[in-house]
Design a protein around this ligand. Structure first.
Ligand code: SPV
Ligand code: MG
Length: 560
């Protein structure tokens, strides 16, 4: 049954128990487990005393106070939209205590409370070897009358529970108590059993001679189906503690593995990515709220890291790893990039994967895939991330290490398309780095100042050419492999990518085939189309890891 928007959950529960199928309810012990119960498709949530106690590391024996249980029920209620049935044990005392319990739970929006005829403090129905006593039938009937009297909403449900079968007091006593509680006004009767088979419960149901509907909890007689119980007369079936019990082996397994390996990723196969936690707890909704209700401030910048390609020049060193996951002094290039971006407030980072994509760790960043990485270039990778190309975007190659000042310089540019360029190449004698056959170089509209003393300019220049074919003599700077786009700049880049995709990547762009074109071709295309492409300068402050020499240099200059 689909919940009706804005319907009180008490009314929803009333409808559910009047339906021609069992109302299926599962236990939860906090907001997260409540979300998971709801997502699993249950009709309602059982705020289980057993689960809540266990989640607090204490026995289910009224160790927790009413207010502690109520606080938890509020989290369960807040995290869900389906009716919550609260296990209120004995009502936390006598009839007078139970009145306050009903008032407080009803005020919290809870749809039903369940009050059992154990003495206070209760003992979990399944603990063996503990003294088991029930209050008198009269006392519990009085408590149920008190609960009914205390409720305000006519649809609020009071479930009276008898533990007569659990305590071994027999079927006749169970039936007599059930009847007495029904006569006292209980909306439903929960008949509990710890029998290993459903026989006892089915017998109770068959002898139950009252229009007041029944509730069952098939924990020990777990083989019975909800339909069988429904057909016998149980309108609510509660799976009381299975969520909690399933989480225990999962945690034991994952933590055991990490402890043994002393390495967090030893548990990767057993855990969800952080993003799944974000989803379950409503981070996307929180972001939407921030956007809707908080001062706008500066629009955030998203990072896009192009890391799809294979890397023949380092093949023997990184055969089993995508290049950006290569560790240099204990940290991967990707880690270093994410850190530098984060230091300048770029926390929303998307990595375009391709080659060995399954090797990427699954936390901290989001991924999109270019599965055609072997036959396509950076433009196709960028197009794979097209839904991420929205607003301010900083794009970087996946094989460069940079510090946050590089990010900062780009962030300060107020031009729509800005690339980071390094002037130091002008001071580097030709041939000093013969391993770099064709660095991507940049020619600018105005030649930069010459001279031995130098302070990088804050005012961006304007690029007229960006290419691997520019000679050292012509070049004014080297393209670092990072560029920043304003929202307008991003839209221009997207338009070109969409155009290339629409023509099947058959076109030529910036002098190269669109299919294999790289960032430099895109930049040249933008220039050729008359767009303003700004150069933001740095003087060193970054490394490219493209050869063994680069790696040696990185090992020398990078800090762990
Ligand atoms: C609970 O979940 O706390 C219950 C059901 O009361 S049972 O544990 O089966 O008694
Ligand atoms: Mg309980």
């Amino acid at each position: 049954m689909e919940p009706v928007k804005n319907e009180r959950r008490t009314s929803t529960l009333r409808k559910l128990i009047a339906a021609d199928r069992p109302c299926l309810i599962a236990g939860a012990h906090d907001g997260l487990s409540a979300r998971i119960v709801e997502e699993a498709g249950f009709d309602g949530i059982w705020a289980s005393g057993f689960e809540i106690s266990a989640a607090h590391g204490v026995p289910d024996a009224n160790i927790l106070t009413m207010s502690e249980n109520l606080d938890t029920a509020r989290f369960i209620q807040g995290a869900s939209t389906i009716p919550v049935v609260a296990d209120c044990d004995t009502g936390y005392g006598n009839a007078v205590n139970a009145i306050r319990t009903v008032q407080d739970y009803e005020a919290a929006g809870i749809a039903a409370v369940c009050i059992e005829d154990n003495i206070f403090p209760k003992r979990c129905s399944f603990y063996s070897g503990v003294k088991r006593e029930l209050v008198s039938l009269e006392e519990h009937a009085g408590k149920i009358r008190a609960c009914k009297d205390a409720r305000r909403d006519e649809d609020f449900i009071v479930i009276a529970r008898t533990e007569a079968l659990i305590a071994g007091w027999g079927m006749a006593e169970a039936l007599e108590r059930g009847m007495a509680y029904a006569e006292a006004g209980a909306d439903m009767i929960l008949i509990h059993s710890k029998s290993k088979t459903p026989d006892e419960i089915l017998e109770f149901c068959s002898r139950w001679d009252s229009p007041v509907p029944l509730v069952t909890v098939p924990t020990t007689y777990a083989m019975v189906t909800a339909t069988e119980l429904f057909d016998a007369g149980s309108r609510i079936v509660i799976y009381a503690n299975h969520g909690l019990r399933s989480s225990i082996p999962a945690m034991q397994e994952a933590l055991g593995k990490i402890r043994k390996a002393e390495r967090a990723n030893a548990a990767d196969a057993h855990i969800v990515p952080l993003t799944e936690v974000y989803r379950l707890v409503g981070v996307p909704e929180m972001k939407a709220e921030e956007a809707a209700f908080m001062p706008k401030g500066e629009a955030p910048t998203r990072g896009v890291i192009l890391a799809a390609g294979a890397h023949p020049s380092l093949a023997d060193l990184v055969a089993e790893t995508p290049k950006c996951l290569m560790e240099i002094k204990g940290r991967t290039i990707l880690d270093r990039q994410i850190e530098a971006l984060g230091q300048k407030g770029i926390n929303d980072v998307v990595v375009v994967r391709g080659y060995l994509k399954d090797k990427f760790p699954h936390d901290f960043v989001r991924y999109v895939d270019n599965d055609d990485y072997a036959t396509t270039g950076e433009l196709c990778s960028l197009h794979a991330a097209k839904t991420e190309l929205d607003g301010n975007v900083l794009i970087t190659y996946g094989d460069i290490v940079f510090d946050h000042t590089c990010v900062d310089r780009l962030q300060r540019s107020d031009r729509d398309i800005s690339l980071l360029v390094d002037r130091s190449i002008r001071d580097e004698p030709e041939g000093l780095r013969p391993e770099i056959s064709a660095p991507d170089l940049v020619v600018e509209k105005d030649a930069p100042a010459e001279g031995r003393r130098y302070i990088p300019s804050r005012a961006p220049g304007t690029a007229t050419r960006v290419s691997g074919d520019i000679t050292r003599d012509e070049a004014h700077a080297e393209f670092v492999g990072m560029l920043k786009l304003s929202a307008a700049g991003t839209a221009k880049v997207r338009a070109i990518l969409d155009e290339m995709a629409a023509t099947g990547w058959e076109k030529t762009i910036g002098g190269a085939s669109a299919k294999t074109a790289g960032l430099t071709h895109l930049l040249q295309e933008l220039i050729d189309r008359g767009e303003d492409v700004a150069t933001v300068e740095t003087y060193k402050g970054w490394l490219e890891i493209d050869s063994k020499e680069d790696l040696k240099l990185a090992l020398r200059v990078l800090e762990p």
